[in-house]
Design a protein around this ligand. Structure first.
Ligand SMILES: [Zn+2]
Ligand SMILES: [Zn+2]
Length: 1069
């Protein structure tokens, strides 16, 4: 496609006010966030179509029993973080598609009112056409011919009957039309034997190897008649990696190399684990012809002294390899209070490990030589120069000392260095394993344990796409993760040592390791071998009892679940003499009576099994909703609902039901969204008269404040929860922001446990606040280890279950997935050695083939389902913008209502502004002949970012508030007043935006909100308002809340009042 960016050369300056868009900046943001939106909308908002078209092929073999399905009542919501499922899948057996959910959504708002009128209708005259849903009213046109009078032809009669009989979806039908209209469509080529055709075509595809093996089935969970074992299927990890490494679109964007030290950390290779582990990062460096390894102890010279240090990692920093070092202190360097006689004894060869916030980064040349240190929690080496038995660290600005056994081991202590005897090119692969097993808590029929992997070498922009979640397999119901995962572990074990792969005829050494394991909170415990929450010690990261949230911010350095200390406890448990002793030990340590199966691999349980923020935060929000809404009296409820309905939700959000009555059914992503707006809604109306008396008394006691401050305190809870959520979901972290994160989480813990001690003090979701900073540093961000998108992938598979015959669910799903990935590999151009890596051009050049595979989960970019697309040829203002679609043309009354005109008056400001826009951005200076303007509510277009060849889809709606970057003034904001088309003198039609600018004004709203105020510039003439669509190349990422006054209505706010920039807004997932 001839889509090259040349816009940067264009002169965009304006005389009255300079508006320059730094496209590069905008683009970076686009690719980070917008693809997620597409994925999300695809899965959620278009769920009915997406699911149907994806999965309908299953229906032909479907003979499931509806009675069995109706047993699906989901009562086992043990965990507060348990899931969306009840909402999505279990809600209604007969309607598998999200239509059913949408109906629920409308219930609060519309149906209440409608139900009244329905009753009225019962008493009305039945002849009234309004009261009849359908009847065979007489149509004007009567068809002649063989299929008259109802159908015009046999074709239309056949098609109508066919799609009715088989419930063909709109999308499926439209795809069929595309195929039939293909210029090369040949009816003689249409296969008649579909079974044979499917089997035969599939066999030629580049399918992955699926292994078949038998695993035992627990008879506790299945019917008594079922077999004691069952076949399981797993896709070969070797095959998955071979395909990934042969996929040109993936390999060109994947990172393989040393950990990188940057200011803004966003990818796995910016995190500490990648930097330190020999499995992922750089493990050796040669300095003055001596090879040094990570974990080595070295001497460096400083102020004429030899200083002992440890090489923590070898990283890329400012374009060169640098060393990150940890310091050891001598006795003389210890703080005075620690200079005891005991420590002084033999102090010549004693050193103290110094734990600091940051490691020292040095040039490799400063290293003088190796030395050796005996860390006294390790076996005694044959030779050593120094002994280290204690760690010096700071807690709350005070120096403290602890035993050296309380430390996280350096990966070099348990991870062998990879060997590369033939000097082959090497790929080190970071595997992120995700296990979702919540099905087994629920009904039999929908239970589905999914095991997925992601590749940490892919940048975040690729990792968040559904197609880049790779399925290993599905754990059969009644089967055990431990038995199921075994073949995968065997392969990964082999890869840890390095395995030679042949990729496109070349030998490559592939080393892969388990980077992290994610699951929701209870499964996370299983994977570490820690008992679940009901046990005395329920946290898999620390030994604090009962998940005491406040204690999670204490000095935890002696209470963390250090891997090697846990190993010792496991040893005691496994070697105990009797089952009673074993039981007691298990309960004492809070551990299970067997080691987790993943211990077979090289890993650190503590570091590499982080808690997931997606579940944790959504759970916290639900709890706080419970606390808040339970305090409302009836006037509190009524006022809340009134304000909730009036509140200006971000336009892209689907309609949320009223949280007072429906919060239990909220999806997790909805709960995250709710927290972004609730502080504003509560601030708008909440008064002490809205709270129950006993709640007021309780709050007053808990908070020990004056009654007038209660509301402020309550809103503050929501403010801090919203702030924390936003920071947790940050896509990048600097060193400072790790500390900001920790401070906020600490504040959150304090305020929530103080305000609602009974609900929050022992809530596991809140307890983990104390551990999140660690996880963030290990993996660069918290989003990197969050499971939001992973859950969505799992859901797409769960949603297909009803379309299988229910007997061989795992087999059907894995085969279907395999076909999907094969097609994906074909469109990606993945080389296939069976056919000499040759692939026909048709796949790339045939637009119909490609469009058939877009709007489908295996591909990334999809256009929304466009209904009233305007088919006019619209001229892109810029050659990076293409596929422009406009929707919902304004009718005359809308135009007038919005104060616009269909025909520009020559002396009007639209004319003047449009003429200026043509002059500034197109260099068209003529007098405008055509004064007709056509307005629309929506526009969508694709923008190609030349830098990384990623395409983003932009969807803009009238009323959206967009962010534009200016060279001089930083970000500025504008509201889209109109989207319109105008045909220039050259006969070409161009799309434009009509914007109104926001002006920052003094003052913020309240002490707790800290939201910047903005005002709309109402005078049209002051600034330019008309811009070509190339000004907006990213999806709006901001939300503004109006400071409403009495004369505001939902669609018509009093614009003399300011808007607040909602600081709590972010794109969840
Ligand atoms: Zn903990
Ligand atoms: Zn308002």
């Amino acid at each position: 496609m001839p889509l090259r960016r040349s816009i940067r050369n264009k002169n965009r300056s304006l005389n009255l006010r300079q508006r320059k868009t730094s496209l590069e900046q905008v683009h970076n943001n686009v690719t980070n966030v917008d693809n997620t939106i597409n994925v999300v909308t695809e899965v959620k908002d278009n769920n009915d179509d997406a699911n149907e078209s994806e999965f309908e092929r299953y229906t032909e073999s479907t003979e499931y029993n509806e009675n069995e399905l109706s047993e699906n009542i989901d009562n086992e919501n043990d965990y507060i973080d348990s899931d969306d499922e009840n909402y999505h899948v279990d809600s209604n057996n007969e309607n598998y598609h999200v239509d059913s959910d949408n109906e629920n959504y409308h219930v609060d708002s519309d149906v209440e009112n409608n139900s009244v009128s329905d009753n009225e209708n019962e008493h009305k005259n039945l002849e009234d056409p309004e009261s009849i849903l359908e009847n065979s009213s007489f149509s004007n046109s009567v068809f002649d011919g063989e299929f008259g009078p109802y159908f015009s032809s046999s074709t239309s009669a056949l098609i109508f009957s066919w799609f009715t009989k088989h419930m063909i979806t709109t999308h499926a039908y439209e795809d069929l039309v595309k195929i039939l209209n293909h210029p090369n469509f040949d009816v003689k080529e249409v296969p008649t034997n579909i079974r044979y055709f499917k089997k035969n075509s599939r066999a030629r595809l580049p399918l992955l190897t699926v292994k078949k093996y038998t695993i035992p089935i627990s008879n506790m969970k299945t019917q008594s008649t079922s077999q004691p074992s069952r076949e399981a299927y797993a896709i070969s990890l070797f095959d998955i990696l071979t395909k990934i490494l042969s996929n040109p679109l993936l390999i060109s964007k994947m990172y393989n190399g040393p950990g990188i030290e940057v200011e803004n950390k966003s990818e796995f290779w910016h995190g500490e684990l990648w930097q330190q582990s020999p499995l992922f990062g750089e493990h050796s460096i040669t300095i003055n012809s001596v090879e040094y390894f990570t974990g080595d102890f070295v001497h460096i010279s400083a102020s004429n002294q030899l200083n002992c240090m440890r090489i923590i990692s070898i990283v890329l920093h400012n374009n060169g390899l640098k060393l990150k070092l940890q310091r050891f202190l001598t006795f003389d360097e210890l703080p005075a209070q620690f200079k005891t006689t005991d420590r002084y004894f033999n102090s010549n060869n004693k050193r103290w490990l110094l734990e600091e916030d940051k490691f020292i980064i040095v040039e490799p040349e400063v290293i003088i030589c190796k030395t050796s240190v005996w860390l006294q929690d390790q076996n005694k080496p044959n030779y050593y120069s120094y002994i280290v038995s204690e760690i010096l660290y700071k807690y709350q600005n005070k120096w403290k000392i602890r035993d050296v056994c309380y430390r996280i081991r350096h990966p070099s202590e348990y991870c062998p260095f990879p060997k590369n005897p033939y000097n082959l090119p090497t790929w080190k692969i970071f595997i992120d394993l995700y296990y979702d097993d919540f099905g087994t808590f629920r009904n039999v029929y929908h239970s589905l344990g999914g095991v997925y992997i992601q590749i940490g070498n892919m940048p975040f922009s690729l990792r968040k796409l559904l197609k880049n979640h790779f399925v290993i397999g599905f754990v059969p119901f009644g089967g055990n993760f431990k038995e199921f995962i075994y073949p995968f572990l065997e392969e990964l074990k082999e890869l840890e040592k390095g395995k030679v792969f042949n990729i496109q005829g070349k030998n490559i050494l592939v080393i892969a390791g388990l980077g992290l394991v994610t699951a929701d909170l209870p499964q996370g415990n299983d994977l570490v071998g820690v008992m679940r929450h009901n046990a005395k010690r329920g946290c898999h990261s620390c030994k604090i009892e009962n998940n005491d949230s406040l204690k999670s911010f204490n000095d935890l350095s002696k209470e963390l679940q250090y891997h090697h200390l846990m190993d010792k406890e496991f040893d005691l448990i496994l070697n105990s003499d009797s089952s009673t002793v074993q039981k007691n030990l298990c309960s004492k340590f809070g551990l299970k009576n067997q080691k987790p199966v993943l211990d077979y691999l090289i890993r650190d349980r503590f570091l590499q099994t982080p808690q997931d923020i997606y579940h944790a935060i959504a759970g916290k929000i639900l709890k706080l909703m419970d606390c808040t809404f339970n305090m409302f009296n009836s006037s509190g409820n009524n006022e809340f609902i009134k304000n909730w309905k009036l509140f200006e939700m971000p336009i892209k959000w689907h309609k949320l039901p009223n949280p007072i009555t429906h919060r239990q059914s909220f999806m997790m992503s909805d709960r995250l969204r709710l927290a972004m707006v609730l502080p504003h809604i509560l601030r708008r109306y909440l008064h002490i008269s809205h709270l129950k008396n006993n709640s007021l008394i309780e709050l007053q006691e808990n908070l020990s404040v004056n009654i007038n401050k209660i509301i402020d305190k309550l809103i503050q809870c929501w403010v801090i929860v919203a702030k924390c959520a936003k920071v947790c979901f940050s896509l990048s972290f600097s060193n400072d922001s790790y500390n900001i994160l920790n401070n906020l989480l600490n504040q959150e813990t304090i305020i929530l446990t103080k305000t609602f001690p009974q609900d929050f003090t022992y809530l596991p979701n809140l307890h983990i606040n104390g551990h999140l900073q660690y996880h963030a540093k290990t993996f660069a961000t918290l989003v990197n280890s969050a499971v939001g998108v992973k859950e969505m992938v799992h859901k797409t598979f769960k949603n297909t279950v009803p379309h299988t015959n229910g007997k061989m669910i795992e087999k059907d799903l894995i085969k279907r997935y395999n076909t999907l990935q094969a097609l994906r590999n074909i469109i990606d151009g993945t080389s296939d050695s069976r056919y000499n890596n040759h692939l026909g051009n048709g796949y790339f050049q045939d637009n119909i083939f490609r469009s058939l595979l877009s709007s489908w989960y295996a591909t990334s970019t999809t256009m929304p389902n466009n209904k009233e697309i305007v088919d006019e040829t619209v001229e892109p203002p810029d050659n990076c913008i293409y596929e422009i679609r406009l929707q919902a043309k304004w009718k005359l009354h809308q135009i007038l209502q919005n104060n616009f005109e269909t025909n520009m008056s020559i002396d009007g400001d639209i004319y003047y502004s449009l003429k200026t826009a043509y002059k500034e951005y197109f260099n068209f200076t003529e007098y405008l002949h055509n004064n007709k303007i056509v307005y629309f509510n929506y526009i969508t277009y694709k923008v190609l970012n030349q830098k990384d060849d990623e395409t983003s889809i932009i969807q803009i709606h009238v009323g959206d508030i967009v962010e534009l970057e200016e060279e001089l003034e930083g970000n500025s904001y504008a509201i889209i007043q109109a989207i319109f088309l105008h045909t220039y003198n050259n006969g070409k039609t161009y799309p434009f935006y009509f914007l109104k600018w926001f002006e920052k004004i003094e003052g913020r709203n309240g002490i707790d909100m800290m939201c910047q105020k903005y005002k709309i510039c109402t005078e049209r003439k002051k600034w330019h308002n008309i811009f070509p669509i190339s000004f907006i190349t990213s999806m709006p990422k901001v939300h503004f809340v109006h400071q409403c006054v009495n004369n505001c209505s939902v669609r018509n706010h009093d614009l003399s009042q300011p808007y607040l920039l909602n600081e709590f807004f972010y794109n969840a997932i």
